[in-house]
Design a protein around this ligand. Structure first.
Ligand SMILES: NC(=O)C1=CN([C@@H]2O[C@H](COP(=O)(O)OP(=O)(O)OC[C@H]3O[C@@H](n4cnc5c(N)ncnc54)[C@H](O)[C@@H]3O)[C@@H](O)[C@H]2O)C=CC1
Ligand SMILES: NCC(=O)COP(=O)(O)O
Length: 342
């Protein structure tokens, strides 16, 4: 059991791959934290890496090593607190095994702090999955890692991408497109959509979330002429969700469900595969998109983008998604705490 989040504690922000944009965006978010009224946070990582990333971005931010969340809270107004987990160095855009190892340690430590109740919520900076796999990370992504650390089966941890204009969940995530039809079942769709609906109520204050479910095939199958998954797999899941009191429409043709007018009709788009969900989200909300894991006993968010090795250290990386991830983590933790206090 994870404790109810204590919003008086700082958030724990993992550092991400040092050669990517994670460290510099953590500093950039701290520099904006007063103006943007962000909740206090501490980076779990290497002070040396964070200082170098700040210098490289031209930010004259003070970075201070802390050993406890209380010290982080006390320091946050004047300096970016870093729970220093050891020396590290990096070359922007040139990931290596030492950096991947540090990123993994940071993720493990930050997750452990939140699980243990020492931090209010977890914000993870981007990692390169292939790089971490080379140093023993045996998960498709951070979502599954955090789920396992929380004792939750990966199928019950639901990835949601959320921005000002759209929320989406992909039912299947980091799998080859060719395997998607074989992985889809009515029960998988029903259970993941139900977990998302419960989380929208609990963590996002949406009392009666409206779900819209995409089809898999062009024109949502066109009555079976372009595929049968809509009739045999997706429609029964929608019926079960409605029977459980979750207002759900679909299967909808995916090409017409994301335009501005269509989006007014739902709070969450339930998509069948990764790109069906993430392409519209990133087209609409790339700079403020947050990846949030639903169904966990802890709050975990992340910016929607990856390591962006190509622009790391150049100052071109925009901080909006990291700022949004930090803000959303604080808000979700506060909602959970308020609900527990009622
Ligand atoms: N949450 C996470 O840990 C995520 C990790 N990744 C990992 O990141 C690595 C790179 O993946 P890509 O597909 O290239 O995605 P990416 O998001 O790193 O980059 C895609 C494009 O967007 C640009 N971009 C990304 N973030 C930006 C920002 N903050 N400001 C301005 N431009 C930005 C990049 O320069 C690039 O042109 C992969 O190894 C992938 O596994 C990808 C997505 C999420
Ligand atoms: N495409 C989303 C993504 O890669 C983020 O995955 P995760 O590391 O948060 O599981």
């Amino acid at each position: 059991m994870s404790p109810v989040p204590n919003p008086a504690l700082p958030l724990a922000v993992s550092m991400g791959d040092p050669a990517g944009v994670g460290p510099e965006l953590a500093v950039a978010a701290w520099a904006l934290s007063g103006a943007d009224n962000l909740p206090p946070f501490m980076v779990v990582g290497s002070k040396r890496v964070i200082e170098k990333a700040a210098r490289q971005r031209g930010l004259h931010a003070r970075v201070t090593a802390v050993t406890t969340p209380q010290e982080a809270l006390e320091a946050f107004d004047k300096a970016l607190p870093v729970l220093d987990i050891g020396e590290g160095d990096y070359t922007p855009g040139k990931p290596d095994a030492a950096g991947a190892t540090l990123a993994l340690r940071s993720l493990e430590m930050a997750t452990g702090l939140v699980r243990g109740g020492a931090a209010a919520a977890l914000v993870t900076a981007p990692i390169a999955k292939s790089r971490l796999a080379e140093v023993g990370f045996d998960f498709p992504g951070q979502t599954e890692f955090v789920a396992e650390a929380c004792g939750i089966s990966a199928t019950k941890a639901v990835m949601m991408l959320a921005g000002p204009n759209l929320r989406v969940i992909p039912i299947t995530v980091h799998v080859a497109l060719a395997s998607v039809p074989g992985l889809l079942t009515s029960e998988l769709i029903r259970s993941r959509a139900a977990i998302a609906a419960a989380a929208l109520r609990r963590d996002f204050g949406i009392a009666a979330p409206r779900l819209a479910v995409a089809g898999l095939n062009p024109h949502a199958g066109e009555d079976g002429r372009m595929g049968h998954e809509e009739q045999t797999i997706i429609a029964p899941a929608i019926a079960a969700l409605n029977a459980a009191g979750i207002a759900t429409t679909g299967p909808l043709p995916a090409d017409t469900m994301f335009h501005a007018h269509a989006r007014q009709a739902y709070d969450l788009a339930v998509c069948m595969y990764h790109d069906q969900a993430l392409i519209p989200l990133k087209v609409l909300d790339f700079d403020e998109g947050v990846n949030v894991t639903l169904g966990l006993p802890i709050v975990r968010t992340s910016p929607d983008h990856g390591t962006a090795f190509g622009i790391a250290g150049t100052g071109a990386a925009r901080s909006g998604a990291t700022v949004a991830a930090i803000r959303m983590a604080g808000q979700c933790a506060a909602r959970r705490a308020a609900a527990a206090a009622e």
